[in-house]
Ligand binder design. Structure first.
Ligand code: C2O
Ligand code: CU
Ligand code: CU
Length: 463
């Protein structure tokens, strides 16, 4: 009975589309083909172009796509790889490709400083850093247009593998979470910024009512009772924050943005803010033939006046379906995954305060001709990020991984490498970062795309 009501609710909420209710077979985006045959050298071809794709049943949608697919093809890399991506822009507007979370030279960062004109090409060249094995993603980052181009379909996954992965051999699933909003004719619903909905999108960030996993609605992952799967989950949504739970099961949380933790953490739910990633071990605790769902539980990141309708509803993301096979013997997991050296606050020579307010950082909107912070390569800094308004803002720094020290003075429960961190309404998060890497001008910004495009971004110049 409960299942039937949930299904009905799903039908009603997407009535304009003739009922987007999913049950798709499982599929992940294609792997991007490496055309180099030299070990350790990777050469990819990537093109962004307009396309017409069937995103929701019965209609075609005018989109932008990388190599014709949404999400774009997955880049699989190994630590130490020398990578060249031959990018071609076939869009009717300028774009860039930003490799979110990767430590690359600033010339390869795809920041708003380096637009690729329509019809133009650019080679992005970098080496994959040691110790950076993890889950990342790529997306456009042009000035003021990131939200639009990502909503149109431009995003894809990057997986970096280590030579000594303690979880090697555990079957993997990639889950790219996105959402979108459609008109009844299948076209993307991108409201006029001056309309009431446009104003709400600007405030909250644009959320869609159709939830996708790898471009599919409510797909099914098959699993055998007793089996273990490693899930890499990416929040590629413009503004939706996912509070993930697997109904009736606990999850082993084993990693986040910059790869594995030191040891697994058994949890009931995980908060995944915009642009963050997690690695999970899902254990086949269910009986043969049973099913469960990966859910997005309600999460209140809003000011009361503009909470979207239905924000407090649980949404199903995918079905985990147990085969009828007899349970397999449990896998023995390593108690320790790796060592993460702590960055030492005693080494920090600079402390900065970053005040997040609605659309602004330290009271200012982004200006590409201004440098907000000047720093030195090789030094360690503490950043205190103060959210002074009543809405969450997920904070992202380009080019370097940081460690979260504390939230409102409470030490972080564990050490990990991050490039994005959610700063909830009226909270303060302190991070520590060592500028081991490349000089240049690096962006830091809110990763709610509408906020970023409004100018909730600053520039750190390292010399
Ligand atoms: Cu995911 Cu500055 O970006
Ligand atoms: Cu980034
Ligand atoms: Cu924000």
């Amino acid at each position: 009975m409960i299942g039937r009501i949930a299904l009905l609710a799903g039908l009603i909420s997407s009535a304009g589309l003739g009922g987007v209710r999913g049950q798709d077979a499982w599929s992940a985006p294609p792997l991007l083909h490496n055309r180099s045959t030299i070990p350790g050298v990777v050469e990819f071809d990537l093109t962004a172009a307009p396309a017409r794709l069937a995103l929701v049943p019965g209609t075609l949608t005018d989109v932008y796509a990388y190599n014709g697919s949404i999400p774009g093809p997955t880049l699989e890399l190994r630590e130490g790889d020398r990578v060249t991506i031959h990018f071609h822009n076939d869009l009717p507007e300028a774009t860039t490709v930003h490799w979110h979370g990767l430590n690359v030279p600033v010339s390869a960062d795809g920041s708003p400083y380096d637009p690729v004109a329509p019809g133009a090409s650019r080679d992005y060249v970098f080496t994959v850093g040691a110790g950076t094995a993890g889950t990342y993603w790529y997306h456009p980052h042009p000035d003021h247009r990131s939200g639009f181009q990502i909503a149109k379909g431009l995003f894809g996954a990057i997986i970096i593998r280590a030579a000594d992965d303690p979880l090697a051999g555990v079957p993997e699933k990639l889950l790219i979470l996105s959402d979108n909003r459609f008109r009844a004719d299948g076209s993307l619903d991108l409201p006029d910024p001056d309309s009431p909905q446009g104003q709400i999108d600007m405030e909250n960030g644009r959320e869609g009512d159709v939830l996708f996993v790898n471009g599919h609605v409510l797909p099914t992952i098959p699993i055998q009772s007793g089996a273990v799967q490693r899930w890499r989950v990416i929040n590629a949504s413009a503004a939706r924050v996912y509070r993930l739970a697997l109904a009736g099961q606990t999850i082993l949380h084993v990693g986040d943005d910059g790869g594995l933790f030191e040891r697994p953490d058994e949890v009931k739910e995980i908060l995944l803010a915009n642009s963050e990633r997690v690695e999970l071990l899902v254990r086949g605790d269910g009986q043969p033939g049973s099913r469960t769902t990966l859910q997005a539980l309600p999460y209140d990141r809003y000011v009361p006046q503009t909470r979207p309708a239905g924000w407090n509803q649980t949404r199903d993301l995918l079905t985990l379906a147990y085969s009828a096979d007899r349970p397999r013997p449990p896998l023995v997991l390593p108690p320790t995954l790796r060592v993460i050296p702590a960055l030492d606050t005693a080494d920090a020579t600079v402390t900065r305060v970053v005040v997040l307010s609605q659309g602004l950082i330290n009271g200012k909107a982004m200006d590409m001709n201004r440098v907000d912070f000047e720093g030195r390569l090789g030094t360690t800094e503490i950043w205190e990020i103060d959210n002074v308004v009543g809405m969450d803002h997920p904070f992202h720094l380009h080019g370097f991984h940081f460690q979260v020290l504390d939230r409102n003075g409470v030490p972080a429960p564990r050490r990990s490498w991050k490039d994005s961190v959610n700063v909830p309404a009226h909270e303060t998060v302190r991070i520590i970062v060592r500028f081991d890497g490349y000089p240049g001008k690096w962006m830091f910004h809110c990763h709610i795309l509408d906020h970023e495009d409004q100018g909730m971004m600053g520039v750190l110049e390292l010399k």
